[in-house]
Write a protein of this length. Structure first.
Length: 408
């Protein structure tokens, strides 16, 4: 999104608005990121033009957010959000403003959340317009509320998690009164929808500062509300050891070993229940549960990696998140075991991981077995033998089945 195309288009939009007599700047996150020397994800435009006036100036627009002063202007293979300078009024339930009024640039800066997010930029004069002291805070690496933090977090509780998210993504510190206000109001985070909370939480877990982010969320009392099950100090220690970042790895690491007395099976189930409660995608729920359960299984067995069956290794490789499995295992197991696991798995050819079964239910019917639970067990046993490479041909598989039927 935030490539050159969008950058150029966002500049053209500013030009067009100015020629028509309006004020227009780049605004918010893109200004912050440019000043940090990071390529912005998105370029947003803020202007004195009202939504209908914006609409009339451009050929293709989407008016989906026009009620809140936002028009999407469509360009060649890109699009830019153009927002009218505004003030947000009458926050409802600490979530969203019920009403906005159009206003000027300065008020538009003042309605934003943190000073580093409250700047404008003039792409023609190459000039930053800063009503909120954002440049200084950016230099000092500080996240500071615009205006009284108690009030700003009472208006919109999600800002508490956003503060932590920005702090840990950028390696910034929270300004004292901003941190104190979060600590005072942490309880209110429960009024925010679980989807929006989970979104911020995942961003924290994917950021390089994830360990510090979780520790901060714990210290300020937010984590206790969102995930009362998690001991943030242990989780932060594990996260600090996690060598890569992805949503499933971060989540599994956060939710790992919730209760040391739990059996492997239950540990996975518990992680799963929590991931479900956060309304994450089915895929992410399954991956998270699989990771916690598999690693917990390895640790609970005090697994001698050399003794692990080929079939079990292949099932680990087939899980789709093997890289994450190694990362997570690494946070809880000795280095030597991790090296062994990596080495053994490296020796397995990709096509050997989940081969087509040598024998299927039809074959078993032909061999005189009736369908039912016993057939299921038999199929599982012969496939296990195949994965263990004890059975390599169809003839061997049949022999295995006959033997299995005789002995069980
Ligand atoms: P990112 O790079 O993660 O997208 P961003 O700063 O662009 O960060 P957005 O959520 O895209 O964050 O919001 C764009 C801008 O809108 C912010 O920079 C900030 O000025 C303002 N903003 C966003 N959410 C809020 C909020 N909850 N309260 C006040 N201002 C907000
Ligand atoms: Mg953004």
């Amino acid at each position: 999104m935030g490539g050159h195309k969008q950058r150029d288009f966002a500049k053209q939009i500013v030009r067009r608005l100015r020629i028509a007599g309006y004020q227009a700047f780049w605004a918010g996150g893109c200004v912050r990121d440019m000043l940090r020397g990071v390529r912005p994800k998105d370029y947003d435009v803020a202007t004195s033009a009202k939504p209908m006036e914006v609409k009339n100036l451009f050929r293709r627009t989407l008016m989906v957010g026009a009620k809140f002063g936002v028009v999407i202007v469509l360009g060649p293979g890109t699009q830019v959000e153009v927002a009218t300078f505004r003030r947000d009024l009458a926050y409802k339930d600490g979530r969203r403003p019920e009403r906005i009024i159009y206003s000027d640039a300065e008020h538009d800066a003042l309605r934003r959340d943190f000073t580093i997010n409250g700047m404008f930029y003039d792409p023609f004069e190459d000039k930053v317009i800063d009503y909120v002291g954002g440049e200084v805070d950016l230099r000092r690496k500080v996240i500071r509320s615009i205006g009284p933090p108690q009030h700003r977090f009472a208006e919109d509780h999600l800002r508490m998690l956003r503060a932590i998210r920005f702090a840990c993504s950028f390696g910034f510190a929270l300004e004292d009164s901003t941190a104190r206000a979060i600590s005072d109001q942490a309880q209110k985070i429960k009024r925010i929808s679980v989807e929006r909370i989970a979104d911020e939480l995942l961003t924290i877990l994917k950021s390089p500062g994830r360990a510090g982010g979780i520790r901060l969320a714990g210290e300020l009392g937010l984590l206790k509300v969102i995930l009362p099950e998690v001991d943030y100090s242990c989780a932060a220690q594990r996260l600090a050891q996690l060598s890569g970042a992805s949503a499933p790895a971060g989540l599994a690491c956060l939710l790992y070993g919730l209760d040391q007395t739990y059996q492997p099976k239950q540990s996975g189930d518990r992680a799963k229940a929590i991931a479900r409660r956060l309304k994450l995608s089915n895929e992410l729920v399954d991956q998270t549960a699989w990771l916690t359960e598999t690693v917990r299984g390895l640790v609970a067995d005090q697994a001698d990696i050399e003794q692990i069956s080929l079939a079990r290794l292949k099932r680990m490789l087939a899980g789709g998140v093997f890289r994450e499995l190694l990362w997570l295992y690494n946070t809880v197991a000795p280095d030597r075991a991790c090296r062994q696991l990596r080495q053994r798995c490296r020796q397995i050819a990709p096509e050997a991981i989940s081969p087509a079964p040598l024998i299927n239910g039809k074959d078993l019917l032909v061999m005189g077995l009736r369908s039912g639970p016993r057939m299921g067990k038999c199929l599982a046993a012969v496939y296990e033998a195949q994965l263990n490479e004890l059975v390599k041909t169809k003839a061997q598989a049949r022999k295995f089945v006959r033997h299995w039927l005789d002995s069980t």
